[in-house]
Each structure stands twice: as structure tokens, then as C-alpha cells.
Design a protein around this ligand. Structure first.
Ligand SMILES: NC(=O)c1ccc[n+]([C@@H]2O[C@H](COP(=O)([O-])OP(=O)(O)OC[C@H]3O[C@@H](n4cnc5c(N)ncnc54)[C@H](OP(=O)(O)O)[C@@H]3O)[C@@H](O)[C@H]2O)c1
Length: 274
């Protein structure tokens, strides 16, 4: 495969190393738009897959750059570009391209979400099991709870018979019985740990995922690129990584379907999130 990498930061370099280690050809690893080192896109063709891991401010320009090179398959990992989503989708659809997008390409995190939902469907039926979500990240992390903790809470809440809402644990005293508590620990250098637990008087059950380093994201990004390159053409548009994982699990290679979690109310610092 001939790959183009847009963004030469930590992720761009790690993806380059992983691609080269398995024998793929990395045509270029490019810095942000406007930098002198950027060649014109046509000179890079043909490109089988573009990996976009840069900065929200560069996503739209990078997607257009990849399309101008003739590339029609993209793995996009940059976070925080929601404001440009409509323009990116229009560009992708107009060009007849397929793009996989995810705030995390951790396969473990996606499968963990499936496990958490399955556990909620079982334990959530019984009032004796009191559920909770716990996460631990480095002290300097900007947000709390983490986006992943919010997503997990949203996903399991519909299956928890005794809970009507989820919120960040804060203040004094016991939480309301109908509240799913999300506990956020901020200390040290942890790259990310999430727990979904169910506590009953006589026993406790926990699912836990602990991130170690960015190699998990790199592996998932490569999985997405392999899915994009399957013989069967994938539909035009933007697909979440979850749908790629589901297609792989189903064994049919696709087409992927949008992953739409059940609606639920999650409260965080400063109010309701979604
Ligand atoms: N989806 C996932 O699994 C996943 C995993 C990890 C990270 N991420 C996301 O991927 C993105 C890149 O992460 P990273 O760890 O590689 O970041 P990083 O080490 O800070 O590198 C950022 C790269 O983006 C480029 N860039 C483009 N426009 C920029 C701008 N306006 N301001 C600053 N930098 C700009 C930088 O270009 P120059 O080389 O020209 O400075 C640099 O190459 C981030 O959005 C991060 O949140 C996603």
C-alpha cells in the first residue's frame, strides 16, 4: 500500500513507523498546511490511503489536499473538528470517497464499550447491583469526566433499571439513588483507565480497560485502513470506527452501518452533555 500521512506529530510518526514495519510504502509525512515543505498533491499520486492526524484547524484543508492527490480512502483521527464536519462530509461525498473517523482508534476501547453494554443488559435488570463508572487520567487532562467515560455512561444508562441519569460525582453526601455516578480521578501520569462496575451486598463485578501507550491507536488506524482497502468497494461517506469493528466482527467486511447509541442524559461539570 502507498500511504500518505498528514500530520507529522506523535501519531503521524508512530503510524509511519508501523506502516514501514509491515512493508507498506509511506509516500510522505507532511506538516501543517502552508509550510514550505508541502509538495503539490498531484505529485504524490497514487495514494491508496491517507492518514490524517493533525490539528482541528487543519482537517478540512488536509482532506481537500488528500482528495486533490486522487486518494479516495482516508483514516481520520484528529479530534475537535466538529465545526467543519459539514464541509468535510460535502467534500468527501462530492469526490466519491470513503472516510473512517474516530476520536479513538483503540480497538480495546470499542470492544470494551460492547462489553459494558452487554454487562449493563445483564446486571442492570437487578436492583441489587448498583452500577458505577470510574476513570483515572493524568492530573493535567483538560476535561472531566473523560469523553470515553461519558460515552460509556450514555451507552449503559438505558439498560440500568434503577438509574435515570448519569453525573460526575461531586459535592458532599450520598448521590440520589437514580443517579449513575461517574468518578473522575486526576493524579499523576496515567494515560487512561476506565472501569464499569456493579456492586451488590455480597459481591462486586468490574470491567476495566487501562491504556498503556499510543500503539493501541496506531493498530486501530491500520485496521481501519485495511478495511478501506478490501476488494469490495465501501459506500461513499464518513464512517465511525465502531462500524468498521462491527463489520469485521460480523465477518462480512461491510458495508458498515452507523453506530447510533440509545439516547440518554449525561450530566457533567457545568451541566448536561447531550
Ligand atoms: N483518534 C485517535 O485514536 C487519536 C489518538 C491520538 C491522538 N489523536 C488526535 O490526533 C491529533 C494529532 O495528535 P498528535 O499526538 O500526533 O499531535 P501532535 O504530536 O501535537 O502533532 C500535531 C501535528 O498536527 C500538525 N498541525 C496541523 N495544523 C496544526 C495547527 N493549526 N496547530 C498545531 N499543529 C498543527 C502539526 O504540524 P507541524 O508538524 O507543522 O507542527 C503536527 O504535525 C490530535 O487531534 C489528537 O487529539 C487521535
Amino acid at each position: 500500500m502507498r500511504a500518505l500521512i498528514l500530520g507529522r506529530g506523535n501519531m503521524g510518526r508512530a503510524i509511519r513507523d508501523a506502516l514501514e514495519a509491515r512493508g507498506d510504502q509511506v509516500v510522505a509525512v507532511l506538516p501543517r498546511p502552508g509550510r514550505a515543505e508541502r509538495p503539490s498533491p498531484e505529485t504524490l499520486a497514487p495514494i491508496d490511503v491517507t492518514f490524517e492526524f493533525s490539528h482541528a484547524a487543519s482537517v478540512l484543508e488536509n482532506v481537500r489536499f488528500a482528495l486533490d492527490s486522487g486518494c479516495r480512502r482516508m483514516v481520520l483521527g484528529t479530534t475537535g473538528w466538529a465545526d467543519d464536519r459539514r464541509n468535510v462530509a460535502d467534500a468527501v461525498e462530492a469526490a466519491g470517497a470513503t472516510l473512517v473517523d474516530a476520536p479513538t482508534y483503540s480497538l480495546g476501547a470499542v470492544l470494551f464499550g460492547e462489553l459494558a453494554e452487554a454487562a449493563a443488559k445483564l446486571f442492570g435488570r437487578f436492583e441489587t447491583y448498583d452500577p458505577y463508572v470510574l476513570e483515572w487520567h493524568r492530573r493535567a487532562k483538560a476535561d472531566r469526566p473523560s469523553g470515553t467515560a461519558n460515552a460509556i455512561a450514555k451507552r449503559i444508562l438505558p439498560y440500568l433499571r434503577t438509574k435515570t441519569r448519569a453525573r460526575l460525582a461531586e459535592g458532599e453526601g450520598a448521590p440520589e439513588p437514580d443517579t449513575l455516578e461517574i468518578v473522575s480521578l486526576r493524579a499523576g501520569a496515567s494515560p487512561g483507565m476506565h472501569v464499569v462496575g456493579f456492586d451488590a451486598p455480597g459481591e462486586s463485578i468490574e470491567l476495566r480497560i487501562t491504556a498503556r501507550d499510543r500503539s493501541a491507536y496506531v493498530a486501530g488506524a491500520l485496521l481501519a485502513s485495511d478495511w478501506l482497502r478490501e476488494d469490495r468497494p465501501h459506500p461513499v461517506g464518513i464512517y465511525p470506527f465502531e462500524s468498521v469493528v462491527r463489520a469485521v466482527l460480523a465477518g462480512d467486511g461491510g458495508p458498515a452501518t452507523a453506530n447510533v447509541p440509545p439516547a440518554a442524559r449525561v450530566e457533567t461539570q457545568g451541566g448536561v452533555v447531550q
